[in-house]
Structures are given as C-alpha cells and as structure tokens.
Design a protein around this ligand. Structure first.
Ligand SMILES: [Zn+2]
Length: 106
C-alpha cells in the first residue's frame, strides 16, 4: 500500500520530475526538492543495502495502464520510515489503478 497525493501529476510536473531524477546524486543531495531521510527510522532495513540519504520525486510508468505518475519524495519517506516499507519496494501503479485494485479486493 502506497500513500499518494490523490491527484494525477500535470505534464509540467512530470517533465520536471524526470529532469530532476536524471541529475547525478551529488547534485540531487543539495536539490531543494530532496527530502532528507531519518536513518533512525530505517532500522528495519537490512544493513547490507545502502540506506537512502534523501528522497527525491520519482517518476514511473503505471504497471497496469501505462500512465505516467510521480512517487513523491514525501510519500517515499512516509512509506519507508513510517510504514516500514521494504527498501526495494517501489510505486508501480498510478493513483487510479491503486483505487481500482483496492475496490476489487474489498
Ligand atoms: Zn494506472
């Protein structure tokens, strides 16, 4: 289960997220849209993987319908640190498809 912003990103938001996501790590670290991680909240993650130092908006393509979406940095932080999500877990479905799946499973 992934928290989301409840709306679809605009074309310009997607474009900006893609541009930022393609920047090298040392640039991202100081980027205004990067959100620092709280490693004390990431203790559930095995130490053999490198813990994220920060989160950045992550553009992705929905596995079900192919629509482009953004997994927001704030939502990643919430998922990993509050929901104790697996570090390899990634958003794979858009808002609409997550809702549809939830309704189908209910
Ligand atoms: Zn979808």
């Amino acid at each position: 289960m992934l928290k989301n912003t409840g709306r679809n990103p605009t074309a310009s938001e997607l474009k900006e997220a893609k541009r930022i996501a393609s920047l090298p790590g040392h640039v991202l670290r100081g980027h205004p849209s990067a959100i620092s991680s709280d490693k004390s909240k990431l203790a559930h993650i095995n130490t053999y993987v490198q813990l994220p130092e920060f989160y950045i908006d992550m553009p992705f393509t929905c596995r079900d319908c192919g629509k482009e979406e953004i997994w927001k940095a704030a939502d990643q932080k919430w998922y990993y640190e509050e929901m104790k999500g697996h570090i390899d877990a990634r958003a794979v479905r858009c808002h609409d498809c997550r809702i549809a799946r939830k309704e189908n499973n209910a």
